[in-house]
Design a protein. Sequence first.
Length: 132
Amino acid sequence: MDLIKQILASFEGTLPNDSKTAAAIARGAAPEEISACATEEGLHALAGALFEACEEGGDQPDSPLENTVRVSSALTERLKAFRQDLPPTCETARLIDSGASLEDISEAAQKEGLTSLAAMLFEAEQEQDKPA
């Protein structure tokens, strides 16, 4: 699965069905168009994640994504985007701020109902565990 599909999957279920972004995804629009819709609708975490993926070549089919530094960079940017939308008192935000492990952040996100974040982190953990 390429990075763009992973990003879209991680946001699945969090988008209103009647949004422009959801409509763009449903019709298979280009990542740039989806990102523009997301930005217009204030979905900055999604827009930022798509922008990063496009910048890193994740929009290319079967992009190898073997460079863990690039994947980590994209993940860091997505975590920052998610963090901006979290209240400072939530456990997930506290763990992100402290630089906790992906596993710990993922567990907290799952407990707090942040399923798209937990799914994204789960996918990142799987990518890290793949043999080089």
